[in-house]
Design a protein around this ligand. Structure first.
Ligand code: CO
Ligand code: ZN
Length: 332
C-alpha cells in the first residue's frame, strides 16, 4: 500500500488536468477488471462483472487534486495565481509547488503586508526563480496549474504527503479491485475528475452508469489534534462511515449496511459527521430519480495542505470494509 500511495500522490493531476494520474491508475487496474474506459469528461471507469443477480454499484474516488492556476506573469518573472479548488492562504505560504513540466516554485506574499490576516491569494505569488518575464514564460503559461510538491514520508505508521485528498481514496479503490474475488454485484469503479471544483465528474458518470447504489470514497477531517474543531473522527480508529457532510445526508440503509459489514467482521470503524465540505456522494445521490448513497472516508489531518496525514491501518481496514460491502448481497 505504501508504494501505491507514493506513486499516486507523486503523480500530477489537478482538476481539469487528470490525464497523467488517470494513466497511472489505468496501468494499475487494467488486468483486474472486465472493462475500462475514459468518458468525455475524463472520468476513468472500470467495470467488474458480478456472478449473480446483484445490484449495480458505483464506487467513486476522485483523482483530481487542488492547485494554483497562473493568472499573470510580471516583468520580473513572478507568477500571480488563482485557486483551483480549496487553496487557502495559511496552507500555502512557503509551500513548494510543481507544474506539469516539472518546474518548481515557492509560494510567498507581498512583503509589505505585516498582518498575516491581510494576506489574500491575490497578494501572493509563485517564485520559480526566473529573472525576467521572458525566462518565466519559457517555463510557464497563463492557465498552467501548479500543485503542492510533497513526496510521501512515513512516520510512526502514518503517511505524510500531498494529495492524500483523494489519492488515498484512489488507493483504496485500486486495492479493492485487486482483492475482490467472489462478488455478487456488478461494480463500476469510477476515478472521477473535477471533484475539487464541484463534484463535476461524479455527476456525469453517475448519470451514465445509472447505479442502484452509490458509494464515495474520500478523505475526511479529524478532531484529534490540539484544540481542533470538535469532531468525533480520529486518525487510526478505522475507516469512517459517513452520516452527513455539506453535500449529502447518507441513505440510512447504505449507512446501515456498511455498519453491519464492519461489525460482522470486527473491522474497526467510526461514524463521521463532517460539518462542512462535500464529496462525490453529493452528486451521485441526486442523479436521475435519486440514488441511495453513502461514503467510506479515510480520516486525514491537515486536508488541503502540502502535508496531509493518514494512518496505514485505516487504509488496510478501509479496503477490508469495501471488499465486504461489495462481496455480499446488498438489500435496499
Ligand atoms: Co479536497
Ligand atoms: Zn476529496
Amino acid at each position: 500500500m505504501r508504494e501505491l500511495l507514493a506513486k499516486l500522490t507523486g503523480t500530477y493531476g489537478p482538476s481539469g488536468n487528470e490525464e497523467e494520474i488517470s494513466k497511472v491508475i489505468e496501468d494499475e487496474i487494467r488486468d483486474y477488471v472486465d472493462e475500462i474506459k475514459t468518458d468525455v469528461m475524463g472520468n476513468l471507469i472500470a467495470f467488474k462483472k458480478g456472478n449473480g443477480q446483484g445490484k449495480r454499484v458505483m464506487l467513486s474516488a476522485h483523482m483530481d487534486q487542488i492547485g494554483l492556476m497562473v493568472t499573470h506573469i510580471d516583468d520580473n518573472g513572478f507568477l500571480r495565481f488563482s485557486n483551483v479548488g480549496g487553496i487557502s492562504v495559511l496552507n500555502t505560504i512557503n509551500s513548494k509547488v510543481i507544474f506539469k513540466n516539472g518546474t518548481i516554485g515557492n509560494v510567498s506574499y507581498e512583503s509589505e503586508i505585516d498582518n498575516i490576516k491581510d494576506i489574500k491569494l491575490n497578494r501572493m505569488y509563485i517564485d520559480i526563480g526566473a529573472k525576467s518575464s521572458e525566462e518565466a514564460s519559457n517555463k510557464v503559461s497563463i492557465g498552467d496549474v501548479a500543485v503542492y510538491y510533497s513526496p510521501l514520508s512515513d512516520s510512526n505508521g502514518r503517511y505524510i504527503g500531498g494529495a492524500m485528498d483523494d489519492r488515498a481514496g484512489c488507493a483504496l479503490l485500486i486495492q479493492t479491485i485487486k482483492e475482490l474475488e467472489d462478488c455478487k454485484n456488478d461494480v463500476y469503479f469510477v476515478f472521477s475528475v473535477q471533484e475539487e471544483v464541484g463534484l463535476r465528474g461524479a455527476k456525469t458518470s453517475a448519470y451514465s452508469i445509472n447505479p442502484d447504489v452509490g458509494i464515495a470514497v474520500d478523505v475526511t477531517s479529524t478532531g484529534d489534534t490540539p484544540k481542533a474543531r470538535t469532531m468525533a473522527v480520529k486518525l487510526g480508529a478505522g475507516p469512517a462511515i459517513k452520516v452527513k457532510d455539506g453535500s449529502v445526508i447518507c441513505h440510512p440503509k447504505v449507512k446501515g449496511l456498511m455498519i453491519d459489514r464492519a461489525e460482522e467482521l470486527g473491522i474497526p470503524y467510526q461514524l463521521e459527521v463532517l460539518e462542512w465540505g462535500g464529496t462525490d456522494a453529493g452528486a451521485i445521490h441526486l442523479t436521475r430519480e435519486g440514488v441511495p448513497s453513502g461514503a467510506v472516508s479515510v480520516p486525514c489531518r491537515y486536508i488541503h495542505s502540502a502535508n496531509e496525514m493518514v494512518d496505514g491501518a485505516d487504509l488496510e481496514n478501509g479496503v477490508k470494509l469495501l471488499v465486504a460491502i461489495l462481496e455480499q448481497e446488498i438489500e435496499l
